[in-house]
Design a protein around this ligand. Structure first.
Ligand SMILES: O=P(O)(O)OC[C@H]1O[C@H](OP(=O)(O)OP(=O)(O)O)[C@H](O)[C@@H]1O
Ligand SMILES: Nc1ncnc2[nH]cnc12
Length: 170
């Protein structure tokens, strides 16, 4: 499908100099959204993941239907202070700031193979942090998948050694 026609480009958001790729128009078109989830699921099935990590907040919007489509458990990866039970955490840098991501310890077992999912791969800070969370809990990273990759920010290099799948590379 032509994903690009469902992405709005906004200059200088959230800071001057950032060209923000807004994927939210896809949610206004349920047929396109459904097709996107079908294609995303087909593109990662062979990775043999046992669970999906999806990053707050935009990652949740795609991660939830992806988990249903693949029949795999979904582990919410949340920003600090949101998860009520025991967590592991990792701090990371973003294109426009820094943050800390957490996961519930009980959600992951050492035999798990984790599919790291997010809407956008930019600098790779978020995805790298999710890989570290999986590894801290003794699990393996099966691969990383994104709707869109901003290749000029070289996130793929930061994920060196991990299988990376992006539906759209810009
Ligand atoms: O590759 P990176 O440089 O880490 O950037 C990618 C991340 O940035 C955005 O999330 P953001 O932290 O803006 O949060 P949101 O999903 O809550 O909007 C996006 O949804 C990815 O998670
Ligand atoms: N330029 C960008 N557009 C949308 N989401 C992002 N996350 C990090 N950088 C981004």
């Amino acid at each position: 499908m032509d994903i690009e026609k469902h992405i709005a480009v906004v200059k200088d958001f959230p800071k001057k100099g950032i060209i923000f790729k807004d994927i939210s128009p896809i949610f206004l078109n349920p047929n396109a959204f459904s097709q996107l989830i079908d294609e995303l699921a087909a593109s990662v099935r062979d990775l043999g993941a046992t669970k999906i990590f999806a990053a707050e907040a935009r990652g949740f919007l795609f991660g939830a239907p992806l988990s249903i489509k693949l029949g795999l458990p979904l582990v919410p990866v949340r920003k600090k202070g949101k998860l009520p039970r025991e967590t592991v955490e990792v701090s990371y840098g973003l294109e426009y700031g820094t943050d800390t991501l957490c996961v519930h310890c009980q959600d992951v077992q050492p035999q798990d193979k984790i599919l790291i999912f997010d809407d956008i791969l930019a600098t790779g800070g978020t995805a790298k942090a999710m890989c570290s969370l999986a590894e801290k809990l003794g699990a393996e990273v099966a691969g990383c998948a994104f709707i869109m990759e901003l290749s000029f920010l070289k996130g793929r290099e930061r994920l060196n050694g991990v299988e990376v799948r992006s539906m759209l590379i810009e």
